[in-house]
Design a binder for this molecule. Structure first.
Ligand code: XMP
Length: 516
């Protein structure tokens, strides 16, 4: 039987993944489904509660997405949030109309009836609103549990079915007691047990991997130095021991000491069969003279597959290839358990190796969010430095060196980048930043050093620090200028060849996180 699951039905809210994570933070498993998922699919997943998310539509527009009416007869509790509340109330006989006054932002909420959903919540309290429609006109089928100044039915309950609706957003931190309301829904209303922990995820995953990779078959795992592939390898190692072979391709586009770190950890600490392929020359000669970013990516991807294919051919019985695909990649590629996601975005972090390599894919993290991957990494004994590492793009320094990628440029950027990382670690900023790096620009600027003018053999480095939760949008970090000052002083003093440092203050959009 699958885990007891809370189903999140995606009506197009920007907070869909946030809701799924909030549920899991309470050690309750959650999965995201298309808005019109049917009761059979939910039964199959052992669903013990359903959340209907908010969304941009109005229930009275023609194209408004609706829930399958069968889900209201499943007998499991349903919580509608914002649009999710409106559409469910309407499907159960209430009407929805444009609000007399729209409510956006922090709003006072008065509780009018005691109910388990609102247990331990202050009265009055504050909630985060963002709506132009309200539920109205619902005879005696529903009861009102709370209201705001402009929303007469801000929290409602159906009197015959296990349905609750909240017009505000309990999932956002701007609703200070939203966490309590979600916990009430999970534990008081759905009677969830809260057994989805790092330990239970590892146990279940190890059992599945042992079932899948049976007999004397071997599994390959490409290591990148990042947390996802490291946790994938550590899980596989626990499941199949020495039937795991890891391959690490040193393409010459890595950060300083990356290869040593990976070797020390996996070969040293974990005693994993690790093959390190020294392919720097091969990659750099393929990249010689290339300046177009997409062409760089294409070449790197192509070389990577060739190197990997060659190494894999040397390992007998290698039937499986492991990848560190995460749940957000699965949802965004439109392959969620519902077979359809409202919001289809193609993300270039998916996979990395084409399935046509002839292996069966093993993706032990495809049900997990990044924070869960980090927690299980810690439980599996990976060091903090790997577990909390910022993401690093597959094409590596090549997309951070604008213009041609040469060994000299890579070395220059490696040293500057190392200084950047050292300084943000030393000042406690590393964990507050989602991604931090330097970009080597293809320009020279005039400088003065000692009594002399510098120019021709000098380059400019841009420092980029962003904060982001999903890397689809990002903001530049308003970092302490003292830290920037130290970075600038150290780079210009310690890296011959760089005489100017600038800070990138572009958000995404309109910029991207990387420069290429
Ligand atoms: P952008 O630059 O698109 O980056 O805002 C979003 C996130 O994706 C990473 N990134 C890549 N990762 N291969 C990868 O594996 C790539 O070609 C690639 N390009 C960007 C980037 O570092 C950021 O985390």
């Amino acid at each position: 039987m699958s885990n007891a699951t809370i189903a999140i039905l995606d009506f197009g809210s920007q907070y869909v993944q946030l809701i799924a994570r909030r549920v899991r933070e309470n050690q309750v498993h959650s999965l995201i489904f298309a808005p019109d998922v049917g009761p059979d699919a939910l039964r199959e997943h052992n669903v013990i509660g359903i959340v209907l998310t908010g969304g941009p539509a109005s229930t009275y527009s023609d194209s408004a997405p609706r829930a399958d009416p069968g889900i209201f007869d499943l007998g499991v509790p349903v919580l509608g949030i914002c649009y999710g509340m409106q559409v469910a109330c309407e499907q159960m006989g209430a009407s929805v109309r444009a609000a007399g006054a729209r409510e956006y932002g922090r709003t006072g909420l008065t509780l009018v009836v005691d109910d388990p959903l609102l247990a331990h919540v202050s009265n009055p309290t504050h909630v985060w609103m963002s709506h132009g429609d309200v539920v109205d006109g619902f005879g005696d089928e529903f009861a009102t549990l709370a209201r705001t100044k402009h929303c007469p039915h801000a929290v409602v309950k159906h009197l015959r079915r296990p349905f609750y609706g909240v017009q505000f957003h309990p999932e956002v931190t701007h609703t200070p007691e939203g966490g309590q309301i979600l916990r009430n829904f999970l534990f008081e209303v759905c009677h969830a047990e809260g057994t989805w922990s790092a330990g239970s995820i590892i146990e279940r995953s190890v059992a599945n991997l042992r079932g899948q990779i049976s007999g004397d078959l071997r599994v390959l795992c490409g290591l990148s130095g990042g947390v996802d592939s490291a946790v994938t390898a550590a899980l596989l190692h626990r499941a199949v021991g020495d039937r795991l072979t890891c391959i690490f391709v040193d393409n010459g586009l890595l950060r300083a000491h990356e290869r040593d770190r990976v070797e020390a950890l996996f070969r040293g600490n974990f005693s994993i069969d690790l093959r390190v392929v020294d392919a720097e020359r091969r990659f750099l000669s393929a990249l010689a003279g290339v300046t177009d970013p997409q062409e760089k990516r294409r070449i790197i991807g192509h070389e990577f597959v060739n190197v990997f294919r060659h190494e894999a051919g040397e390992i007998p019985n290698a039937r499986f290839l492991a990848q560190g695909t995460l749940y957000p990649d699965v949802i965004e590629s439109g392959h969620s358990s519902a077979g359809k996601a409202a919001n289809i975005k193609l993300h270039h972090n998916v996979g990395g190796l084409p399935a046509e390599l002839g292996f069966e894919l093993v993706e032990p993290l495809r049900d997990l969010f990044k924070d869960e991957v980090r927690r299980i990494g810690e439980v599996l004994g990976l060091p903090e430095e790997i577990v909390w590492r910022h993401p690093f793009p597959g094409p590596g320094l090549a997309v951070r060196i604008l213009g041609e990628v040469t060994r000299e440029n890579c070395d220059l950027l490696r040293v500057a980048d190392q200084i950047i990382i050292e300084e943000i670690r030393a000042t406690g900023w590393y964990r507050k930043i989602a991604q931090a790096f330097g970009v080597l620009l293809p320009i020279s600027a005039v400088g003065v050093m000692g009594d002399g003018r510098t120019y021709a053999d000098q380059r400019v480095v841009a420092v980029r620090f962003v904060e982001s939760t999903d890397f689809m949008t990002a903001d530049w970090v308003h970092i302490d200028p003292v830290v920037l000052g130290r970075i600038s002083t150290r780079i210009t003093n310690e890296v011959p060849g760089i005489n100017r440092v600038v800070y990138d203050i572009t958000s995404k959009p309109p910029g991207t996180i990387e420069w290429e």
